[in-house]
Design a protein around this ligand. Sequence first.
Ligand code: MTE
Ligand code: QUE
Ligand code: MOS
Length: 767
Amino acid sequence: MNLSAENALYYVTGEAAFVDDMPEPSRLLHGLVVTSAEAHARIRSFDLEAARRLPGVAAVLSSRDIPGHNQMGPVIRDELCLAEQEVTFAGQAVFLIAAETMELCRQAAAEIRVEYEPLPAILSLEQAMEAQSLLGPPRTMCRGDAEAGLRAAAHRISGTLRTGAQEHWYLETQVCLCVPGEGREMTVYSSTQHPSETQALAAGVLGISRNEVAVEVKRLGGGFGGKETQANHTACWTALLSRATGRPVKIRLNRDQDMIMTGKRHRFRIGYSAGFDSDGLLQAVRFDFHSDGGAASDLSFAIMERAMLHADNAYFVPNMEIRASVWKTNLPSNTAMRGFGGPQAMAAIETILDRIARHLGKDPLEVRKRNFYRHAPGNVTHYGQTVVEPPLSEMADRLAASSDYHTRRRAAADFNACHEFFRKGIALTPVKFGISFTTTFLNQAGALVLIYADGTVAVNHGGTEMGQGLNAKIQAIAAAGFGLPAGQIKVNATSTSRVPNTSPTAASSGSDLNGMAVRNAIETLKQRIAEAMPAVFADRFGGEKSSAEDIVFEGGCIQDRRRPGCSVPFSEAMREMNLRQVSLAASGFYRTPDIGWDKARGWGKPFHYYVYTMAVSEVLLDLLTGEARLLRVDILHEGGRSIEPGIDRGQIEGGFLQGVGWCTTEEIKWDEGGRLLTHSPDTYKIPTSGDVPPVFHVELLEGRPNPGTVHGSKAIGEPPFMLGLSAWLAIKDAISATAGHREEPDFDLPATGEAILLSLQRLKPGR
Ligand code: MTE
Ligand code: QUE
Ligand code: MOS
């Protein structure tokens, strides 16, 4: 792997700078957000005077003190920056305080008097349905006739699956530093995945224009979707305090505040019915998707849309009907998280495939293989996109062989037959994940590449580095483009002043989109240089004149491929370009070609391509404690021609384990007043190094370069997350082994120790 200084090395040495590590500007104030403890209440009155009088307190703000719009909804304008007459969830921002120290902020907060009149709160999907509390109109997507297909099928199953919320648990909590400039200028140092939106919303609350706000992002200490829209909030609050005081202000949420105030992965409740023949071939599936959007829309509709587009996962379903509703509750607005609705939908269809296998007494892998997308006509999705040459069957065979799937299933059965208190379970699950923003216009990126006269290169692009290795990939792309060593390329902090109107670094498309934009800028520069080089060669070497088409960039030099010896080091050539008045700056742009779909009809080609990946997980279940441990995991990942295999491997391992966390130990709980109970690591359990399976094989499938992407690569960020479902279904396999695989365990997601014990209880004979 490329261990250049600006990437991996600084993370390891601790030199990597995050917002809170920046040298503090003089006259810096600290900011605190005062939040609601009520899930739903009317604000009868409040009094800020005592807080404002405290020495060392520079500002105490309410919604009345916002110079611009009191609004920070990213898509739909339904989210207040500070509460007005009403609070709609516990953890909602109501007041802002800036003071010389955090201690003074806390003292000031204690001086604020607010009178709340509690109102009835909606805290569950069931309550929301009862009250018909929708965030927007329901939506449907269908192909064929699911009703008729279900009726005609030889076998039918139906059920309900609930999937849980999930905290992002980025290591760096939400943070922002604002520095006011001349006049109305504001520089915003934010840990945001979406600098352009942070810029737009900060300008909006300040009542100024976007060209007066510069957002700069060096790197995030993890985002995972949690800083796609919700980093905007902290930025807006910080900007308001900075404007009100005329001084630099920093807000950094502590872990408890962050977990209490920010949204999570959407909880889903999914009703399903499936009809199939006696070979297990699917004839029809009907889904009812219900998600808990929280108190505002945020990205809930885009997330539900992606769920609907992944209800098939890797399987051809001839008759499909999906109905989807996003419900409004009195909880923080739920938001993007790795997979973006895909994981919830895949949990449902994988549950169906698993149940079919048990129902028919077949091996689940055999049933899955029977239903994979294959060649025409079984290669068109329920939204009309053709699945081009799906490698699913070949991958499943290869992974089954390399992981000894069949032998180990037999061994697990033998083990289960002779152990009283332990069971083993095994499951293989596939993932087919669509790459592109389904909001088609977002599939664009910009870049600005600068070459200095000493031959060093600075690359600016619209993506943000959050630990996923985007900048290392961009550096590698630029190095290959110029034929330079990576060390000669520097990737700058992301800035709205250098690349405007960017899309969020999300949907796993950061390197696809920005990599192409950077390559586009490099092509422009190379063309310009190639046209100027023949004159340089003529002056230096004489002889026949070179032609621009023969100029190549290789091995740190620029040369004429037809004239051996006609070669100048890149650095010298750039000095020449500068002397000869050639512009060494170029912007680049990319938009994904040939995609587009009709959202209203739910038909077309929303995705540029699909990523395929598969995992086999084996677990050991302790029947007395309900503890499940991963014994072995094998992953086969089809990732095109990898730009940085080391990074991709890290994304696969990390994504898988984050998925396992969602599927097993991570459980979000609220009290009866809608206050988060699990707001720190002592009550919310994410996977640790101790949860890494002792045998963990990750294989990148080589030899399938992806047409139409940078270097033939494929997106990597989100797809591995959904492989965590193999651990969940391996646990289910182990539980069902206690009843001879004849009964269906009653089982939601996550499979916590408690959920496992309850499920085992229900399977006990005589109950
Ligand atoms: N990896 C790390 N280390 N940190 C992160 O925050 N975010 C994930 C994934 N991998 C994340 C990560 C999510 S949700 C996405 S969409 C992608 O990275 C975004 O980056 P990319 O598009 O450059 O792959
Ligand atoms: C996947 C994503 C996103 C998405 C669609 C996907 C995403 C995102 C948006 C989005 C949608 C509408 C908007 C907007 C953003 O859509 O991250 O600003 O108006 O932000 O399939 O990850
Ligand atoms: Mo990732 S959820 O698209 O930020």
